[in-house]
Design a protein around this ligand. Structure first.
Ligand code: NAD
Length: 457
């Protein structure tokens, strides 16, 4: 059997090697999940909920060691790893509380002996190919509601978060989920591609546009449920009437949290010309207070860049922006290893001719552009192939509403950013993907609505 090397991105050191799947083991795991699915569906919902409730308790029990494993896997600062795990608990609570109502059989018509009902039937076997940047979040958004609704799950963690993926499996089994109802699949993109070849009833993917588009080409003709949660180039506009200091502090965190490696990181900032200089100066001063260093230490804010090739992307955006006249205010270069490190980077005087303002950066780098009017800000926010989130900072709710109504994004924020709620659907426009997770819709998406026409006589 082949193995997958697990490298700590903060040190470059080999942590361990784990057995990896290949096309034949993926096929036999898919057959196991297929055989198990009717049994898991037949388990009463109350028992499936009890398993997930126990899983939640085990995450709480092991939280510190899970956070450290996540930090070793990805280079994420340990305090932010704890935040992710604590955030997962809230999402589990939402799913546990909502699943019965979201998927109970609904009677929508009952007259003259004719009854119409909608039943929610599990899709069957679902594949979940996941990203590394928030493996507990993006994985949990799929496997928790998928299992609760009676699906079996073939779960492929990212090759850059494999130890975390194996911890998820360990705790689900300890919680009572059968070994064949949730099956981890270990490996890189080729192993993910092998999963696409199996007889599955749904494929839920989180990752880059490039991989999502490849998956769509393979899975599209199969006519199964396909969800793609992809990248973003998320904009925020700071209006002339905004509280400059508060907006700068909030947006510095929104751009740099998780070392800028969040799908909903703030990636473009537009600021009204009347407050531009003050905003830029507060923003840079705030970023300077964020500590970069050993992600295992509690006070660290900036950790490692998880995937080494991303360093080239960041260098390329810096080179392109400088060449086109942007002003570099902070950083703009790699930091010495071992491991993958990039200096927090801030540019002003940017425009949309620059890759920095058009292509996903996925790192601790931001461009701040000056605008003259609300209309110009809306035009620039919409000048993107992506549409995951967008925000406005202003005390004027009516103005914020008017602006955000015109912006093409799945989630919009007034005076906040980089925020995900289990109660709201998470989706994107354009190249940010298709389908959704979270909210009641994100539970129903793991079911087929089956229509019952019932005449009593
Ligand atoms: P990626 O596309 O490189 O990899 C994602 C997964 O796809 C991995 O598990 C990988 O092994 C697998 N894969 C690669 N090639 C494959 C193939 N040909 N067939 C099947 N599977 C294949 O993405 P990543 O670097 O892990 O994640 C970063 C990206 O994810 C960013 O673009 C980010 O914005 C996006 N993301 C989006 C959301 C969201 O909710 N919209 C959330 C988190 C991350």
């Amino acid at each position: 059997m082949s193995t997958l090397a697990i490298i700590n991105p903060a040190t470059g050191a080999l942590i361990t090697e784990v057995p990896a799947d290949d096309a034949s083991t993926v096929a036999s795991k898919a057959a196991q999940a297929r055989a198990a699915q009717p049994r898991w569906q037949a388990v009463p919902l109350a028992e499936r909920k009890a398993c997930i409730e126990r899983f939640r308790g085990l995450v709480v029990r092991d939280l510190e060691s899970l956070a450290r494993t996540l930090t070793q896997d990805t280079g994420k600062p340990v305090s932010q790893a704890r935040n992710e795990l604590n955030g997962l608990l809230g999402r589990i609570d939402f799913f546990l509380g909502a699943v019965s109502d979201a998927t109970g059989t609904q009677t929508v018509f009952d007259e003259g002996g004719m009854r119409e009902q909608i039943e929610h039937v599990p899709l069957g076997v679902v594949g979940n190919i996941s990203a590394w940047n928030y493996p507990w979040f993006v994985g949990g958004n799929v496997f928790v509601p998928a299992l609760l609704t009676g699906n079996t799950v073939l779960y492929k963690p990212s090759e850059f978060a494999t130890l975390t993926g194996l911890e998820i499996a360990r705790l689900l089994y300890e919680a009572g989920v059968p070994y064949d109802a949730f099956i981890p699949i270990v490996g890189d993109g080729a192993v993910g591609a092998a999963l696409l070849e199996q007889r599955i009833d749904g494929l839920f993917f989180t990752g880059s546009y490039a991989t999502g588009a490849k998956i769509a080409r393979v899975v599209g003709p199969r006519l199964i449920k396909l969800q793609l949660e992809l990248g973003g180039k998320d904009p925020t506009y700071v209006r002339a009437d905004a509280n400059v200091k508060n907006a700068a502090e909030s947006l510095a965190d929104g751009a740099m949290y998780n070392t800028g490696q969040s799908c909903c990181s703030v990636e473009r900032i537009y600021v009204h010309e009347s407050i531009y200089d003050a905003f830029v100066s507060h923003f840079v001063e705030t970023v300077k207070t964020f500590k970069l260093g050993d992600p295992m230490l509690d006070g660290t804010y900036f950790g490692a860049i998880t995937r080494a090739p991303q360093l080239d992307v960041l260098d390329g955006q810096v080179f392109d922006a400088r060449g086109k006249g942007a002003t570099l205010l902070l950083g703009g270069h790699r930091l010495p290893g071992p491991g993958n490190w990039y200096a927090p980077t801030v540019f002003s005087n940017v425009n949309h001719s620059m890759d920095l303002m058009r292509e996903e950066s996925f790192g601790p780098i931001i461009g701040i552009q000056k605008v003259s009017t609300d209309d110009e800000a809306v035009m620039l926010m919409n000048d993107s192939r992506y549409g995951l989130t967008a925000g406005v900072y202003t005390p004027d709710e009516a103005k914020a509403h008017a602006i955000l109504s015109r912006v093409n994004a799945g989630s919009v924020y007034w005076n906040c950013c980089d925020r995900v709620s289990p109660r709201l659907p998470w989706s994107g426009y354009g190249d940010s993907g298709i389908g959704l997770t979270l909210s009641n819709y994100g539970i129903q998406t793991f079911c087929r609505p089956k229509a019952w026409h019932l005449r009593s006589a």
